[in-house]
Write a protein that binds this ligand. Sequence first.
Ligand code: SAM
Length: 311
Amino acid sequence: MKEGWAVRVQKVEGERRRQELIAGDTLDRTLRPRADGSELLIPVTGSPPGTERALFEEIQAPPPLPRHEQVGGIVIMQENDVSGAEEILKARPSTHTVLYSDGAVEGEFRTKSFTTLAGIPTTRTTISEYGHRLTIDLSQAYFSSRLATERQRIQSAVQEGEVICDMFCGVGPFPIALSGRASWILACDKNPSAIHLLRENLLTNHTRNVLPMLGDARRLGELFQGTFDRVLMNLPMIAADFLPVADQITKPGGTIHLYALQEEEGKYRERIGSVLPGCKITERFLRSYSAGRWHAAYDIKKGHDGTNFVP
Ligand code: SAM
């Protein structure tokens, strides 16, 4: 037991008062509140007026869990630590699986390989993102929730009735987030597993205006010349190689969102300018990727008169 300062309240008032103390940052979280007859003694930091001394049981803080990332019901660890994985599984009731990955994203489909450390051996799970449910399979198709805020930003930029193309859609987080305002969305990916999961996700979310397309985005120019108001290019290592196709399929006055990894500001400006001369470019920092390297977003606005920008 440890002596500390306490606020005395009627039990019925206890929760309301506790919330007030949390809001004022004066609840002492190292001590456990206790009953005293019909009243409650709540431990507080400092000695504000109306407080008294009281004895409390100390709260033992649980040891910190090993470093991990939670994706739906799956936890991903960066260390091959089986006992740490068991600890996490016990501490997080909604977790069904703990996986280990050395972090390397591989191949054309940008997937990772995993080893199961604890729980059910699966790489499939369901996540919630801004009211949508997405089934993902981490070893079969790329998914990262780190772009969730960016999806919301693009969603708020979309005008009612836009026709949109996601050239590298994965399991569909962008198309599903944007489907509410768009007229229709073409969602293309070369990975059959990504398109399979996308179709599942369209059904789950009752999304009826997204057209899944299994194919190489290089071919889109032949099929959809000047069709889209907005084009998304999220293939950060090599998306810039696809700029000529994106230009072909975007309407005059349309917008292209190019995501790229870079180690110097403005790295892709010249390249974009050479494909779309006179376009208007806005560059944004999204998030840090590794030491000295970050994820950047380029919003590229084509002119109304072909590629020459007319404000
Ligand atoms: N946009 C999705 C997201 O935010 O979760 C997925 C982005 S992931 C970084 C890139 C995707 O591009 C992968 O799903 C991969 O299979 C797909 N991809 C790679 N090369 C492609 C190509 N030539 N044509 C179409 N899709 C391609």
